[in-house]
Ligand binder design. Structure first.
Ligand code: CA
Ligand code: CA
Length: 195
């Protein structure tokens, strides 16, 4: 701001600096700009961190589900029941256990199948199912029904099986929320069984 009615030298001297008010306004504007820039950078950083965590979790889910997809790829809809009459004929019992190993059965939240193990033979039934927020794998060990159950995923909020023959779709959603942050992630796998 310039002061009127002064000599030229006085005006030049007065106009070359800032008043206290001008300085205060200038500092306030600088402060606001710094705040806006800082907030923007922080928001971008946080968004970037969330995206990285989501990608990591999705990959982790795919790794978790790999045994399911690998086994389902070697599964058979017909198993030992070559003629599809749900009865065991002598020539169908290729693994010689006296049991018709043809257990293909999908529900909305479980899948049961026999895995091809080579030489025309199939395994006893393997089941993947949702139980109490966990995905369990149940392997029948012998014809008496003895089985081993293992948990392959926890914090599961949704496990959905869809048989869109010839492919099977598995959709899985897990909750990995921690205190102060909510994190749910889902994967969808489309798998083609062996036959
Ligand atoms: Ca048969
Ligand atoms: Ca058999």
């Amino acid at each position: 701001m310039c002061v009127p009615n002064k000599t030229l030298s006085q005006k030049a001297s007065r106009c070359s600096g800032f008043t206290l008010i001008e300085l205060a306004i200038s500092l306030a504007i600088t402060g606001v700009m710094a705040y806006v820039v800082n907030t923007t950078i922080l928001t971008m950083y946080r968004a970037s961190g969330t995206t990285t965590r989501e990608i990591d979790l999705t990959e982790s889910l795919r790794v978790t589900m790999r045994p399911v997809s690998d086994e389902l790829r070697s599964a058979s809809r017909t198993g030992e029941d070559g003629n599809g009459n749900k009865t065991l004929e002598a020539d169908e019992d290729r693994n010689g256990n006296g049991r018709l190993d043809a257990d293909w059965n999908l529900t909305a939240t479980s899948l049961r199948f026999n895995r091809y193990v080579g030489d025309g033979k199939y395994s006893l039934p393997i089941t993947y199912r949702l139980n109490n927020g966990r995905i369990e794998r149940v392997q029948m060990m012998d014809v008496t029904g003895r089985s081993i159950t293992t948990s392959i995923a926890r914090g599961v909020t949704s496990f959905k099986i869809t048989d869109a023959s010839p492919r099977v779709t598995i959709e899985l959603e897990v909750d990995r929320s921690k205190s102060g942050s909510t994190m749910r992630q889902a994967v969808s796998l489309s798998i083609l069984p062996r036959n």
